[in-house]
Design a binder for this molecule. Structure first.
Ligand SMILES: Nc1ncnc2c1ncn2[C@@H]1O[C@H](COP(=O)(O)OP(=O)(O)O)[C@@H](O)[C@H]1O
Ligand SMILES: [Mg+2]
Length: 383
């Protein structure tokens, strides 16, 4: 059952700023959907449209099967958790959590029961008499979540709820939110700009760019088949290497002379092939993508590079390399033991092979339905 559906949802602020531009998505019941994207891409505006904190300019919002465009926030059955917690400083934790239920004029016993249940779920029973200023950041965030839980909403909305916490606490709270969501069977829209948080929490991920959806899918499908260079840069850490190539039919060349063979996949449009047959298509600018995890040290490897810098992460190391003729560095994630065994250091000349998929994007940075394969050694120089 769909909990929430958006059809061409849009928001233009007074002054003309188009912050959300035609969002189409469906949140299934019990699904945790993470919305991710750079600062300013419209994530908060999108959540505020769903919550009813901003008016919808165009399109439709349906919550639990009912058109919700004109419903008051309190009637939408959603509860929002904010980055800055937004707790009432002069109220106790209990009163903060009970506030919405008091407004609804629920019986006193029911309020007490629901607040206590939520407090137990979150492990904050001992804090109910305290004021927000007597709590740590993590505890305040739990109270903010508790306040959402007691309302038993159809949809939880989270706007960067962990951004104010330190790194260790962020990891812990991330796990707690996931556990809680599964226990409650809750439907959630969760906004973050942190791609690790996004990858680890999401059932499905929505990547936003300039108010629009750039791509939507499971975290692994976005990692494995990014629809554009934008998604490829955003999902995965460290980011995918993106190298400029010139692409003509069946073949892509790197500035240093390395050649790639590219097989058209079934999915590629016939029109494109026909056009190519008509006139020998000129080489076009394109982008070759390879993930740092998919490069390995290999004396027969196709990429002859200079090792410029090593960052030791513990088990692995990031090797920042320089390809001849290219300004963009090539990053490889290699087992530290391999680097040490080969006694490599900054300045070493090494060869890297590819151990995974290569991605190809067109001049507009959209994914090409072509499989790329390296065919010639880096030593071959083509004019
Ligand atoms: N109340 C507002 N009035 C006008 N423009 C706004 C308002 N709120 C946000 N914006 C603009 O809308 C765009 C999206 O903002 P926002 O939704 O806050 O993005 P995000 O949460 O992804 O950082 C930005 O360009 C921002 O400056
Ligand atoms: Mg925001």
């Amino acid at each position: 059952m769909a909990t929430l559906t958006c059809r061409q949802l849009g928001k233009t602020y007074k002054g003309g700023q188009r912050a959300v531009d035609g969002i189409d998505l469906t949140l299934e019941s019990g699904e945790l959907m993470v919305v991710v994207g750079p600062s300013g891409c419209g994530k908060s505006t999108f959540l505020r449209l769903v919550a009813g904190l901003e008016t919808i300019s165009d399109g439709e919002l349906e919550i639990g099967g009912t058109l919700a465009n004109r419903l008051e926030p309190a009637q939408r059955g959603v509860a929002m958790v904010f980055q800055n917690y937004a707790l009432y400083p002069h109220m106790s934790v209990f009163d903060n959590m009970a506030y919405a239920l008091k407004l609804q004029k629920r019986p006193r016993e029911e309020i007490t029961r629901r607040v206590r249940e939520a407090a137990t779920l979150l492990g904050i029973e001992a804090l109910l008499e305290r004021r927000p200023r007597q709590l740590s950041g993590g505890q305040r965030q739990r109270v903010a979540m508790g306040r959402a839980i007691v309302r038993e909403p159809r949809v939880f909305l989270f706007d960067e709820p962990l951004s104010n916490l330190d790194a260790a606490l962020r990891v812990q709270m991330r796990l707690e939110i996931r556990r809680l969501q599964q226990r409650l069977g809750a439907s959630m829209l969760y906004v973050t700009h942190d791609q690790v948080e996004a990858m680890t929490l999401a059932d499905r991920l929505v990547v936003m760019r300039d108010g629009r959806i750039e791509q939507i899918g499971t975290p692994m499908s976005l990692f494995e088949t990014p629809a554009s260079c934008f998604v490829a840069r955003f999902i995965g850490s460290p980011a995918m290497n993106l190298l400029p190539v010139s692409h003509s039919e069946g073949c892509a060349r790197l500035p240093g002379g390395l050649i790639l063979e590219t097989d058209a996949l079934e999915a590629e449009t016939r029109a494109d092939t026909a056009a190519n047959a008509e006139a020998k298509a000129p080489a076009r600018a394109a982008t070759l993508g390879v993930r740092p995890e998919h490069l390995r040290l290999d004396p027969q490897g196709e990429f002859a590079v200079t090792l410029e810098m090593i960052e030791r992460l513990g088990v692995d190391a990031l090797a920042y390399c320089r390809l001849p003729g290219l300004d963009t560095p090539l990053t490889a994630r290699l087992p530290l033991a391999t680097l040490e065994a080969a006694a490599l250091r900054e300045g070493s000349e090494i060869r890297l092979g590819v151990d995974g998929p290569l991605h190809l994007f067109d001049a507009e940075e959209r994914r090409l339905a072509r499989r790329a394969r390296l065919i010639s050694a880096a030593t071959s120089r083509i004019a």
